[in-house]
Design a protein around this ligand. Structure first.
Ligand code: ARG
Length: 462
């Protein structure tokens, strides 16, 4: 195919420089758009037929030819040519090889500029739906684990210092909230992806009596785009998608960080099943949490792709510029990375094993019920700031004598305030502490169970 005639070769008097040909070609990566490129062409051809630009037999020949090409590509029998630059010209040239002159009529009233914008939107829409499903699967697994662990007590942290006891289920539902927002962002982005630029042609529209509403409908778009110049140049939807993906990956990196910490022998809060871990070639005892580590690492490339795309579009004059060819690799790699990371997480999260005894033990260290003692004193009529001071002194005494609050006798506690009575001990336990936070959004086990139920109902409506 290297001597293939370029579809735009008419005004050129010498062949393209061999390096420039390779440098400007995109076929190596945009060939993955073939399926959507063919679907876009089929809709365009069907519309050309309806408005009388293609006869019925011409349309049928194009349809048959394109379907054969699709099958050849699926079967690995299609020779992609760099000389033919991109997926669009490769397919069009093959169509003409197959069906003759009629193949050359397909491009009537269209340009590669609106064609490529259409292809990416169609491709991205499908992948958004795949990613949405995988995100739902991860949420379902997270919520399921949260329901199972609704009563499991662990330390809650601020500044990575033990702060107050929480339930593991509550912690997991915090993850789910992040994922819920990610899903909503993705669906919001989908609305702006699902608009048809087809018919904008090169930039100004076309002189043929095309029906843009028909092609939009055939391709499952919500509507045609409003402005032809914007149609071929806009890549906001891709930036929005990578922004969604960056925020999602930022969330996954946070989960990863916690899993890595929790799986360490220092924390020892969880066990990750062996199938999600790998060993060390030198240290026989090692079991490394590679999956969360790698997901944490991969957040970097996705955030990088967001930076690439937003910088790619910065300062571009209207309308299409070749710069836009650089949109594909960041979009594709973002999709691939996000899908892999979501799959790994959706498989792994429901299989996390909580080491409840270690979590409980850790929750009991570090005076985690100190706030509960202060709240107790407030209920006995002491202003909160004074209560804070009294508890601070009790903690200092505990540090010195190596006793937690619940290890102290009533007499010891009463040194700091005579408002303290025997009933204080029911508030100083870990169970008492979590159960007392029984309002909407709190960590009490019955609230966690109800929150898990609401979260489950929400994803069931998708
Ligand atoms: N391969 C090109 C891209 O990805 C297709 C559009 C090319 N248009 C053009 N006028 N050179 O952006």
């Amino acid at each position: 195919m290297s001597d293939a005639i370029k579809p735009w070769g008419g005004r050129f008097s010498e062949p393209t420089d061999a390096f420039v040909e390779r440098f400007t070609a995109s076929v190596d990566f945009d060939k993955r758009l073939y399926h959507h490129d063919i679907n876009g062409s089929l809709a365009h051809a069907s519309m050309l037929n309806k408005v009388g630009i293609l006869t019925d037999s011409e349309y049928q020949a194009i349809e048959k030819g394109l379907e054969e090409i699709r099958q050849d590509i699926v079967d690995g029998k299609f020779d992609w040519s760099v000389t033919l630059e991109d997926v669009h010209m490769n397919i069009e040239a093959r169509l003409t090889d197959k069906i003759g002159l009629t193949g050359k009529k397909l491009h009537t009233g269209r340009s590669r500029n609106d064609q490529v914008a259409t292809d990416i939107r169609l491709y991205l829409r499908d992948e958004i739906d795949n990613i949405g499903n995988e995100l739902t699967r991860l949420q379902a697994g997270t919520i399921e684990l949260a329901s199972r662990e609704a009563t499991t007590i662990m330390p809650g942290f601020t500044h990575l210092q033990t702060a107050q006891p929480v339930t593991f289920g509550h912690h997991l539902l915090a993850w789910n909230e992040m994922l819920q927002r990610d899903y909503e962002r993705l669906m919001d982005c989908r609305k702006r992806v699902n608009i048809s630029p087809l018919g904008a042609a090169a930039l100004a529209g076309t002189t043929y009596p095309i029906d843009r509403f028909m092609t939009a409908k055939l391709l499952g778009f919500d509507a045609p785009t409003e402005n032809s110049l914007d149609s071929v140049s806009d890549r906001d939807f891709a930036i929005e998608f990578t922004a969604f993906a960056s925020i999602l990956m930022m969330h996954l990196s946070r989960f990863s960080e916690e899993l890595v910490l929790w799986a360490s022998s220092q924390f020892n809060f969880i066990d990750l099943p062996d199938r999600f871990c790998t060993g060390s070639s030198i240290m026989p005892q090692k079991k490394n949490p590679d999956v969360p580590e790698l997901v944490r690492g991969k957040s970097g490339r996705v955030i990088g792709h967001l930076m690439s795309l937003i910088t790619l579009m910065k300062s571009q004059p209207l309308a299409y510029n070749k710069d836009n060819q650089e949109d594909k690799e960041p979009i594709f790699d973002t999709i691939d990375t996000v899908k892999d990371c979501l799959k790994a997480y959706a498989d792994m999260v429901p299989a996390i094993i909580a080491r409840k005894d270690h979590m409980l033990d850790a929750a009991g260290r570090g005076f985690s019920t100190a706030t509960d003692l202060a709240d107790y004193l407030v209920r006995k009529g002491i202003p909160f700031r004074d209560a804070h001071e009294i508890v601070g002194k009790s903690v200092a005494y505990g540090v010195e004598t190596q006793k937690d609050l619940w290890d102290m006798s009533l007499e010891e506690l009463r040194q700091f305030s005579t408002a303290i009575d025997q009933d204080v001990f029911e508030y100083l336990t870990l169970e008492g502490s979590v159960s007392a936070r029984a309002h909407f959004g709190g960590t009490a086990p019955e609230q966690v169970a109800m929150a898990a139920k609401r979260a489950k109902d929400k994803i069931a409506q998708r």
